[in-house]
Design a protein around this ligand. Structure first.
Ligand code: GLY
Length: 373
């Protein structure tokens, strides 16, 4: 049923290889992807999309292009280009780790392990957190965590599996645990970020970077939490992470609007102008597919998750996919990067494209993404 869309994804991505050359797409402006030289937090998604298209089509053009991106990621790590943030997992899970999974390439494995060490360096033992952004002791961000980081923990869990070194596992579990305690609220909504006092370690307050306001629930943050806690469950088998992922997913899926693709923030006032975030829906589809893989057939929440997944995929395919727009560069319309900041509030997002194809590959091919081996 999804194959025509997947064939279209492959055709568009192939055209984009020519278009983008050695650069990396980020978000679009006037329907054209903005490109960078592998300096942004999003550049692994292009690699991951190339690897998925290679696995789906078997076309070597994707493999060659994906390998070239991994070479660029080697250069980025060696020269420490824009790596002072937590998004190392997004960058290296989908590029070098994917290459290691697909081709068994030992250099790709070495590179991924080096990347895991870069992420590990963001651990602040005195606070018990992985610092989201900036250098240690940064006045604004030194004690700050972010829900998105849940998606970067698989890099550490994987490094533990591959090396047997406990430190990777312990940091990932501790960070997932503190995220569960402070980012997830009692009504199953979430903070985007949370601040701890850098002197005392005291929990200070929730906040946001891209949401509607500090105490609102930014839909993409909720989506990162759904998928991220499901992946922490995969690696730890800790039921608390599984339950947290389910709670976040139900909150999300119970709030789908009429056309089934979420607005950008669950607390943003809704009117005809309110922006969407199709990328949050695509991420959530993948997270729910991961949950459905592990929940027993008689689990009481299966039905609501299955229905929500079906609705989300239908909403994306019918109202947001570019399948009927042959010249389009992106795969999903109407993502939003930062609505309040006025940065790509209604555009293509490369991560939306990646997660859409991951969801399709999960559904059609039983693929599981590149987050665990
Ligand atoms: N991780 C940043 C974002 O989702 O925009």
């Amino acid at each position: 049923m999804w194959q025509p869309i997947m064939d279209d994804v492959v055709a568009k991505t192939k055209a984009n290889i020519e278009r983008f050359g050695d650069q990396f797409p980020h978000v679009s402006l006037n329907d054209q992807y903005q490109l960078n030289d592998n300096t942004d937090w999003t550049d692994g998604f292009w690699s991951g999309l190339l690897w998925l298209c290679y696995e789906y089509s078997g076309d070597d053009a994707f493999k060659e292009a994906a390998r070239r991106t991994v070479a660029s990621f080697r250069n980025r790590l060696d020269n420490q280009v824009e790596l002072d943030h937590h998004d190392i997992g997004f960058l290296y899970s989908l590029s070098s780790k994917a290459q290691w999974m697909i081709e068994g390439d030992e250099e790709a494995k070495r590179l991924t392990l080096e990347a895991a060490d870069v992420l590990l360096n963001r651990w602040r033992p005195e606070l018990g957190i992985i610092q989201a952004w900036g250098p240690k002791g940064h006045p604004e961000n030194g004690g700050r965590i972010i829900i998105d980081c849940l998606m970067n923990l698989p890099l550490l869990y994987w490094a533990h599996r591959v090396t047997g070194e406990q430190k990777y596992y312990d940091v990932a579990v501790a960070h997932a645990e503190i995220s569960r305690r402070f980012l997830v609220r009692g009504d199953d909504s979430s903070y985007h970020t949370f601040y701890f006092d850098q002197e005392t370690g005291d929990a200070l307050r929730g906040g946001t970077a891209q949401g509607y306001r500090d105490g609102s629930t930014w839909t993409r943050g909720q989506a990162w939490g759904i998928y991220g806690f499901a992946l922490s469950y995969h690696y730890t088998k800790n039921k608390a992470f599984l339950e947290t992922s389910i709670r976040l997913a139900k909150y999300f899926l119970e709030r789908l609007p009429e056309d089934l693709v979420v607005y950008w923030d669950f607390n943003a006032p809704v009117n005809a102008e309110t922006k969407r975030d199709s990328s949050a829906s695509a991420i959530t589809a993948c997270g729910v597919l991961e949950l459905l893989k592990v929940l027993p057939a008689d689990h009481p929440d299966r039905e609501v998750l299955e229905r929500g997944l079906e609705q989300t995929m239908k909403g994306l395919a019918e109202g947001y996919s570019t399948v009927n727009k042959p010249g389009a560069q992106g795969l999903l319309e109407r993502g939003s990067y930062s609505v309040r900041g006025g940065n790509a509030p209604d555009d293509y997002m490369i991560w939306g494209d990646y997660y859409y194809m991951e969801a399709l590959m999960r559904i059609e091919k039983g693929h599981k993404g590149y987050w665990y081996e």
